[in-house]
Design a protein around this ligand. Structure first.
Ligand SMILES: [Zn+2]
Length: 121
């Protein structure tokens, strides 16, 4: 497990999602914040280490700070919130929870129960 450093700062002058210095234009679109933040939060539940760290910082920001500071690349936003990517992350997580045996794949409802139960193991 990676140790997360509390209070690590985020560079708001570059893309907050992957902190990459790409020359692409940065987007600032406050109407997209909720979708972006909920996607990031969802992916932290699947153990995406890079996003866990990002989320630990983002969740401490006030709504005003988010409006003011948060910028991203269109591409990074799309990669993060893309429903297919989220679905794959969820499936990978479910498989890890269930173990490598493919034959144990079940309906999504059963998977949720399994995930819930296995958290007590
Ligand atoms: Zn980016």
């Amino acid at each position: 497990m990676e140790q997360l450093v509390e209070g690590r700062s985020l560079d708001f002058n570059i893309c907050i999602i992957w902190q990459n210095q790409s020359a692409d234009d940065l987007v600032e679109k406050s109407t997209s914040h909720d979708k972006l933040f909920s996607a990031i939060e969802e992916r932290t539940n699947y153990g995406d280490a890079k996003l866990v760290e990002l989320w630990s910082i983002l969740k401490t920001l006030s709504a005003e700070e988010r409006q003011e500071k948060v910028r991203w690349h269109r591409k990074c936003y799309q990669n993060t919130t893309h429903s297919g990517v989220l679905k794959r992350a969820r499936e990978r997580f479910d498989r890890e929870v269930e173990g490598p045996d493919e034959s144990r794949r079940k309906s999504s409802e059963a998977l949720q129960v399994n995930t819930f139960l296995s958290s007590f193991e």
